[in-house]
Design a protein around this ligand. Structure first.
Ligand SMILES: Cc1cc2nc3c(=O)[nH]c(=O)nc-3n(C[C@H](O)[C@H](O)[C@H](O)COP(=O)(O)O)c2cc1C
Length: 375
C-alpha cells in the first residue's frame, strides 16, 4: 500500500504542483472522475469520466470546446490567477479528502470563487484511481457556463426591466460586441411575414449624439408646450410623489442624453401616417399600423430584455418622433421610406438590482369573452 506521505504529496501536487506537471501522470490508466455538474460543453449530461484521455479532454479542458447551441462561449478560469484557501486535508487508508476555497479570475475577467471537496482513492502503487469532486455546481454554472448574465430567471427579467435614466452609467464605455450579442438575440422576435423589415441604428459618434440630444430636448419643449385637449393623456396628474420622481428622472435624461455611450434609433420600413412614398401613402389603416409597428417593437423589447440580462439598461422614449424628419436628415436615411420607433439610450447600469416595476395587477387590465358592459 502507498504510504500516507505519498498520497498526501500526490494530492498536494494535484492542486499546487507546477503548471507544467501533467496531472494525468498522478492517475492510474483506468481512473474515474465523478463530477456532478453534467454541463461540460463536449459532454452534456455526463457526470462520470473514465480513463486519462476522456478526463484530459473533457474535465481538464484540453479539447477545444464545441460551440454551444445558443452560440454562447463557455468562460474558463485563467489558471495563472488561481489560489486555494481554507485548506483542510484528511487521510484515511486509501482515501484522501481535501476541502478548499478556490478563487480565480475567468478568461473574460470575472471573479470566480467556489468551495470544493475532493475525495481521492489511491491504488497500492500510489496512483489516483477515483476522484469524487463535490462543489457548488450552481455557482460554477452561473459564472462559467451561463455567461455574464445578471438576471437568469425569465420571470424576473420580465418584471424588473424598467426605463433606466438616472442609473445609466455615463462613464463606463459600452463595447460594440455586447450590443451585437443582444441584437443576435433580438432578431428572433416575431415580425410580419418574417421579412424583418427593420433596421436598428446604433450611434456612438459624439457629434451625432449631440445632434440627437438637441433634437430630443427641442421635441421635449414642443411636447410640454403643446396645446392641451380634454383627452386623458393631456391631463395626467403628476402631483403624487411617484410621478414627481418620474418627471425628475425624465428631466435628468434630457439633460444628459448626449453623454449616454450609445443611442439607438430603430426603424421600420414603410410609413403609416400618409407621408410614405408610393403605395405607402395610403397604407394608414390599423391593419398596416399594427403590422408595421408589430414588426419592430417585439425585437426592440427583446433587445431591452437582452441588455438588462447583461447588466445594461435603456429607456423607451418617443419624443424625437415629434421631429422625425430632423432625425432622418441627421442620420442620413429617407424619411418617406422609414418610420422611427423612438430613441433608446443604452448604457451599463449603476448596480444591477432593480425593483419590480410598479404596474396595475393583471386582473384590472384583462377580461374574458367580452369587454365593456358589466356582466
Ligand atoms: C411608448 C412609450 C413612450 C415613452 N416616451 C418616453 C420619453 O419620451 N421620455 C422618457 O424619458 N420616457 C419615456 N417613456 C418611459 C415611460 O415614462 C416609463 O416606461 C414609465 O414611466 C414607467 O416607468 P418604468 O418602466 O421604469 O416602470 C416612454 C415609454 C413608452 C412605452
Amino acid at each position: 500500500m502507498a504510504t500516507s506521505e505519498q498520497q498526501l504529496k500526490a494530492v498536494d501536487d494535484f492542486f499546487d504542483g507546477p503548471r507544467d506537471l501533467d496531472r494525468l501522470s498522478l492517475m492510474s490508466d483506468d481512473v474515474e472522475w465523478w463530477n456532478g455538474l453534467g454541463k461540460f460543453p463536449g459532454a452534456p449530461g455526463q457526470t462520470v469520466f473514465r480513463g486519462k484521455d476522456e478526463i484530459g479532454a473533457q474535465v481538464l479542458g484540453r479539447a477545444p470546446a464545441p460551440p454551444q447551441p445558443n452560440g454562447r462561449r463557455v468562460d474558463r478560469y485563467d489558471l495563472a490567477t488561481l489560489s486555494f484557501d481554507d485548506i483542510v486535508t484528511i487521510d484515511d487508508g486509501p482515501y484522501v479528502f481535501r476541502q478548499h476555497t478556490y478563487r480565480a479570475t475567468t478568461m473574460r475577467g470575472r471573479p470566480y470563487e467556489n468551495v470544493y471537496g475532493f475525495l481521492f482513492r489511491f491504488t497500492n502503487e500510489g496512483l489516483i484511481d477515483r476522484i469524487w469532486e463535490h462543489w457548488g455546481t450552481l455557482q460554477a454554472w452561473e459564472t462559467l457556463f451561463q455567461g455574464p448574465l445578471v438576471v437568469t430567471d425569465p420571470d424576473l427579467l420580465l418584471q424588473t426591466t424598467p426605463s433606466v435614466r438616472k442609473r445609466l452609467d455615463l462613464e463606463r464605455p459600452v463595447e460594440r460586441e455586447v450590443i451585437e450579442e443582444c441584437m443576435d438575440l433580438a432578431v428572433h422576435a416575431p415580425n410580419g411575414s418574417n421579412q424583418q423589415p427593420y433596421r436598428f441604428l446604433f450611434i456612438d459618434d459624439p457629434v451625432k449624439k449631440q445632434g440627437l440630444a438637441d433634437i430630443y430636448r427641442a421635441a421635449m419643449s414642443d411636447f410640454v408646450n403643446r396645446p392641451r385637449t380634454s383627452a386623458p393623456e393631456d391631463n395626467i396628474d403628476r402631483s403624487d410623489a411617484a410621478s414627481k420622481r418620474v418627471t425628475e428622472s425624465v428631466m435628468h435624461l434630457a439633460a444628459h442624453i448626449h453623454e449616454v455611450p450609445v443611442l439607438c434609433v430603430p426603424l421600420v420600413a414603410g410609413r403609416t401616417d400618409g407621408n410614405g412614398a408610393g403605395a405607402q401613402a395610403d397604407r394608414t389603416n390599423t391593419f398596416w399600423q399594427a403590422s408595421r409597428w408589430g414588426s419592430v417593437i417585439p425585437a426592440l423589447w427583446s433587445l431591452m430584455l437582452a441588455l438588462r440580462s447583461r447588466g445594461l439598461g435603456s429607456a423607451w422614449t418617443t419624443l424625437t418622433l415629434l421631429r422625425e424628419q430632423e432625425v432622418a436628415e441627421l442620420l442620413g436615411f429617407e424619411y418617406d421610406k422609414w418610420m422611427q420607433a423612438g430613441l433608446f439610450p443604452i448604457a451599463y447600469t449603476k448596480g444591477t438590482d432593480f425593483a419590480i416595476t410598479p404596474r396595475k395587477p393583471a386582473a384590472e387590465v384583462m377580461a374574458w369573452n367580452s369587454y365593456g358592459a358589466e356582466a
